[in-house]
Design a protein around this ligand. Structure first.
Ligand code: XMP
Length: 508
C-alpha cells in the first residue's frame, strides 16, 4: 500500500494534513519527529514525506530538528511553514525573523510554473502564518513563489524532488491548496490514489484472520459508531471466536443500553454479553471531581470489567477496541501536548491479562470509519449517529458524580435531543451538560435552588475544530421550557456559544 509520512514538528495542523492526503485516496501516517529514525524511514517505503509546521524558530536551542540525511534518501519532500524553513536550514540556507513584515492571514501568492503549481494560476490567495522566513536559499534550490513581503514563499530542488511552502496548503483559505497537495502526491511522488474503504476492509479482515486464527477475542462494545464498526469488522475476521461485551457503566444516555442490546443481539448474530456495572463505576467515582482523574478511573475500570468478564468466559486472548486515529493523536504523543486522555487510549493500564489488544480502526478518521461501517452493512441510523464519548456522561457532569445527577442529566439530555430531532436540526453533536452551579429560581410562589443545565450543539467535519450551532431561538426555548418543567431539580438552562478552540466539545 502506498504511504505518505507526515513528519510532525509540533504543528497544530498535522491531522488536517493527513486528512487532506487521505481525501485524495492516499494513506498518510503521522509520526512525531522524535518518534521515528532516519533508518526506519528508509525502510518504510514511503512514497513521499510532508514536514509539518511548528511553533519554533529553527535556530532555537531546543527547536525540533531531524537528521539532514533525510533530504538525500530519494523520497520526495514537501515542507510546510516550519517544515519549509527546516528544509532550508538542513540544506544550508538562511532563515531570519521577518519582524514587522511577518505575515498572517490571506495573502496574495505569485506562483512560478513548476510541478508543484501545475494548474495553479500565477496569482491566487494563500494562507500565511509565520514570523520567520527563508532569506537565503540553499544550494540547488530556486524560489518558485513570492508574496509582497516574502521573497521565498515557496522553493524547489526539482532534481531531488524537494519542495517547501511557507504558506499552508492544507487549510481551505488557501485557494489552490488542494491542487498543490494533489500535485505533490500524484505529480511529484507518483502516487496512484488507491486507498479505499473496500481495500481497508479486505486488508484488515485478512490481517486479523491470520493473526487471530483460533484465538478467543473479546470486543469492548460501547454501542457508539467506532466500537460497533470494530465489532462487525472483527466478526468478519474471527466469526464466533468473537464475543462482544457491552458495559453499562451507569453513565449512558436514556434507554441507550436497551437499544444497543437490541441491535447487536437481533440484527447481527454476534455473541453479546451485557454487564450491568453501574454500582461498580459509581463507587469508584465517588468523591472524585477532577476531570482527568474521572477519565482515568473510567478507563481503568473498563479494563478491569473486561478482565473479569474474560475470566468468567474462560481464557480470552485478545481485546478489541474501537480506538480511532484522532483518539491516538489527541491523547498526546511526542511533543504534542495532551489535551484530554481519551479513555480508550490514555486509561490503559500497562499490565494486562490479555495477550494483546487489537485496534482495527486505529488508523482511520471518523468519516472513514463511517464509510467502512456502511460498506459492512451496518444500518445507517447507527453509523451516522452522533458520537458519544467512551466515558459517557462522566465528562458531562461537572464535579462529583452521583446516580441522582446522572438521572437528572439523562432526562434533560433526552428532551434536548428530542426537541432538535422534532425540529429537523441535526448538528454534528448535541447534548446537555450538568454544571455544578446551583442558582435561585422561583416556581409558583416558592423559591427554588436548583441545578443549571448547559445545552451544547456543535457543527464540525472532523471534531478537531468545531463551531457552535446556531439553533433557532424557538427550539432552544421549547427545550428550556420542557427541561425546567419536566426535570424536577433543574431551574435554569443556558446555551454554550463557544467554538473549539478555545473550548473543547465536551466540558471535561
Ligand atoms: P473534545 O471534547 O475533545 O471532543 O473536543 C472531541 C470529540 O471526541 C469525543 N470524546 C471522546 N470519545 N473517548 C471517546 O471515545 C473519550 O474519552 C472522549 N472524549 C471526548 C467527544 O464527544 C467529541 O465528539
Amino acid at each position: 500500500m502506498e504511504k505518505i509520512l507526515v513528519l510532525d514538528f509540533g504543528g497544530q495542523y498535522d491531522l488536517l494534513i493527513a486528512r487532506r492526503v487521505r481525501e485524495q485516496g492516499v494513506f498518510a501516517e503521522i509520526k512525531s519527529y522524535n518518534a521515528i529514525t532516519l533508518d526506519e524511514i528508509k525502510k518504510s517505503g514511503y512514497k513521499g514525506m510532508i514536514f509539518t509546521g511548528g511553533p519554533n524558530s529553527v535556530y532555537e536551542k531546543d527547536s525540533p530538528r531531524f537528521d539532514g540525511g533525510i533530504l538525500n534518501i530519494g523520497v520526495p519532500v514537501l515542507g510546510i511553514c516550519y517544515g519549509h524553513q527546516l528544509i532550508a536550514f538542513l540544506a544550508g540556507g538562511v532563515i531570519e525573523s521577518a519582524g514587522s513584515i511577518s505575515e498572517y492571514g490571506k495573502t496574495e501568492l505569485c506562483a512560478d510554473p513548476c510541478a508543484l503549481f501545475e494548474n495553479v494560476p500565477e496569482k491566487s490567495v494563500c494562507w500565511m502564518s509565520h514570523t520567520d522566513y527563508v532569506s537565503a536559499l540553499p544550494a540547488g534550490f530556486r524560489a518558485i513563489a513570492q508574496t509582497r513581503n516574502c521573497p521565498c514563499a515557496a522553493m524547489a530542488d526539482e532534481k531531488r524532488r524537494i519542495f517547501g511552502v511557507q504558506f499552508h496548503p492544507e487549510v481551505t483559505h488557501t485557494e489552490y491548496g488542494g491542487r498543490i497537495l494533489r500535485n505533490f502526491l500524484f505529480g511529484v511522488c507518483g502516487c496512484k490514489g488507491d486507498w479505499k474503504a473496500d481495500d481497508f476492509i479486505g486488508r484488515t479482515v485478512e490481517k486479523y484472520k491470520k493473526e487471530l486464527r483460533g484465538k478467543r477475542v473479546l470486543c469492548a462494545l460501547s454501542g457508539g459508531v467506532d466500537s460497533s464498526v470494530a465489532a462487525v469488522l472483527m466478526h468478519r475476521a474471527v466469526g464466533d471466536g468473537l464475543t462482544c461485551v457491552f458495559v453499562d457503566h451507569g453513565l449512558l444516555r436514556k434507554n441507550e443500553g436497551d437499544e444497543v442490546e437490541k441491535v447487536f443481539r437481533d440484527m447481527f448474530n454476534i455473541k453479546f454479553i451485557r454487564v450491568n456495572a453501574q454500582e461498580r463505576f459509581l463507587s469508584r467515582l465517588k468523591g472524585v471531581s477532577a476531570p482527568e482523574q474521572k477519565r482515568r478511573i473510567i478507563g481503568e475500570e473498563f479494563i478491569r470489567v473486561f478482565e473479569d468478564e474474560s475470566r468468567a468466559l474462560g481464557k480470552t486472548d485478545y481485546l478489541v477496541q474501537g480506538t480511532i486515529y484522532p483518539d491516538v493523536v489527541e491523547s498526546g504523543k511526542g511533543d504534542a501536548s495532551t489535551i484530554k486522555s481519551h479513555h480508550n487510549v490514555g486509561g490503559l493500564p500497562s499490565v494486562m491479562d490479555f495477550e494483546g489488544i487489537a485496534e482495527p480502526l486505529r488508523e482511520l478518521f471518523k468519516d472513514e470509519v463511517r464509510a467502512v461501517g456502511i460498506k459492512l452493512g451496518i444500518p445507517e441510523a447507527l453509523v451516522m449517529r452522533q458520537p458519544f464519548p467512551g466515558p459517557g456522561l462522566t465528562v458531562r457532569i461537572i464535579g462529583e458524580i452521583t446516580e441522582e445527577k446522572a438521572d437528572t442529566l439523562r432526562e434533560a439530555d433526552a428532551i434536548f435531543r428530542e426537541e432538535l430531532e422534532k425540529a429537523g436540526i441535526r448538528p454534528s453533536q448535541y447534548f446537555a451538560v450538568l454544571t455544578d452551579t446551583q442558582s435561585v429560581g422561583v416556581m409558583g410562589d416558592a423559591r427554588t435552588y436548583g441545578h443549571t443545565v448547559a445545552l451544547r450543539a456543535v457543527s464540525t467535519d472532523d471534531f478537531m475544530t468545531a463551531d457552535w450551532t446556531r439553533i433557532p431561538y424557538e427550539v432552544l426555548e421549547a427545550a428550556s421550557r420542557r427541561i425546567t418543567n419536566e426535570v424536577k431539580t433543574i431551574n435554569r438552562v443556558v446555551y454554550d456559544i463557544t467554538s473549539k478552540p478555545p473550548a473543547t466539545v465536551e466540558w471535561e
